[in-house]
Write a protein that binds this ligand. Structure first.
Ligand code: ADP
Length: 400
């Protein structure tokens, strides 16, 4: 099937048009600065042809119309008719406790997603806008939602509950949900494939290190724990998010600095992490070059790697062993320095990196004698979304 995959943010839409039989992207692109008069659409076709369109894209409806416009364009397009888009798959950040699997989107599903907005106030509203925009611009085209939280729905209560009064979990659904599930699923499956071992026999830790960072403990193909929690703020140090901290310090800072709830949220989500610690940048490439001269950048780098190491140890203990450790995401896939630092001195755990393989970014970067296999795998969340969408739509059509 030919599936349009959409990842709708508040001011951006990332898209890919995927042929699920060939498992290739026929086109991919990005609409940025939605809501502005000089929004930019960058569209790239499978053969390398690339165009940039600048225009007034005031909302998600217009953005989707622009995307359809370039996809249909004579010179740069990949389809002749809107009908060539057989279905649309959406990345939806938060499925709450309702959606533990991908879903065919109906009006009832949209209503439940709207009910879940409170759990993901930043992410779910633009996801819903994208769904409604497709409903308008591609009427009748089947749509599916694939949730960032779904892969982690298998976690046991001891991993997803917090040590707070149980009534609060019941009342507000306050629990660990975890995110980046599509990526953790994809790279753990891929790792098993590369190692030639059935995933049901493997204990894998996956580290998705991008602007947002999270790790997962994947035991026999099932996520049993993950570092992001109720929201994507918990866990590892990230570009602009603090990750783990003592909850009391939030109250302390709010009191000392006279911050409102919103301001405290902004401090921890937007001004902490690499940018807050270094004062330089949220971009790991800049931290890596600044750390040679600047202490604060060095601290940020050290803390970033140290925390990954701690979670790795914790998850190996949680699973009662470790067979493979996977790096993915912009940082995980591209920075040999981070991978080297994280894996340093882990011989006791059976981890031994091969320097050359690591620098060459091989799929397997551990030495032949390393008991635990360390891998570097490019994630492909869009392909997972497209494949799930095709499966759901085909099943639906077979039943009809
Ligand atoms: P997102 O989470 O938004 O999808 P990515 O997965 O693309 O983001 O990751 C972005 C991060 O990857 C940034 O911190 C960027 O600095 C980092 N990155 C990209 N290339 C490199 C590189 N060669 N070395 C180190 N970090 C890199």
């Amino acid at each position: 099937m030919k599936i349009l995959v959409l990842n709708c943010g508040s001011s951006s839409i990332k898209y890919q048009f995927i042929d699920t039989d060939e498992k290739i992207a026929l086109a991919k692109g990005l609409v940025e600065r939605i809501g502005m008069s000089s929004a930019i659409l960058t569209h790239k076709r499978y053969d390398g042809d690339e165009i940039k369109v600048v225009g007034e894209i005031l909302d998600h409806n217009i953005a989707i119309e622009y995307v359809l416009g370039v996809m249909l364009s004579k010179n740069h397009g990949v389809i002749e008719d809107k009908k060539d888009i057989e279905a649309v798959g959406h990345r939806v950040v938060h499925g709450g406790e309702t959606f533990s699997d991908s879903v065919f989107i109906t009006d009832e599903v949209i209503r439940v997603l709207q009910d879940n907005i409170e759990l993901a106030p930043l992410h779910n509203p633009p996801n819903i806008k994208g769904i409604l925009a497709v409903k308008r611009t591609l009427p009748g085209t089947p749509q599916c939602g694939v949730f960032d939280t779904a892969f982690h729905a298998s976690m046991p209560p001891k991993a997803y509950l917090y040590g707070i009064p149980f009534e609060l979990y019941k009342k507000y659904k306050i629990r660990r949900y975890g995110f980046h599930g599509t990526s953790h699923f994809f790279v753990s499956m891929k790792a098993a494939e590369i190692l030639g071992t059935d995933i049901s026999e493997l204990k894998i830790v996956t580290a998705h290190l991008g602007n947002g960072c999270s790790m997962a403990a994947v035991k026999n193909g099932i996520s049993v724990d993950t570092s992001m929690g109720f929201t994507p703020l918990e866990g590892l140090l990230m570009g602009t998010r603090s990750g783990d901290l003592d909850p009391s310090l939030i109250l302390y800072i709010m009191g000392k600095e006279g911050l409102s709830l919103n301001e405290a949220g902004t401090l921890l989500n937007k001004h902490s992490g690499l940018i807050g610690m270094s004062g330089e940048s949220s971009d790991m490439r800049e931290i890596l070059s600044a750390k040679r001269e600047q202490k604060r950048a060095k601290h940020a780098f050290d803390l970033f790697c140290y925390r990954i190491k701690k979670y790795l140890g914790a998850y190996a203990a949680a699973m009662g062993g470790l067979d493979a450790f996977v790096f993915t995401g912009g940082i995980g896939e591209n920075s040999y320095e981070i991978r080297e630092e994280v894996c340093k001195d882990l011989g006791f755990l059976g981890i031994e990196i091969d320097e050359e393989r690591n620098q060459n970014k091989n799929n397997i970067i551990s030495s032949d004698s390393s008991r635990v296999k360390v891998l570097c795998i490019s994630t492909n969340e869009e392909l997972v979304i497209a494949l799930d969408t095709a499966k759901i739509v085909e099943e639906k059509m077979a039943k009809a």
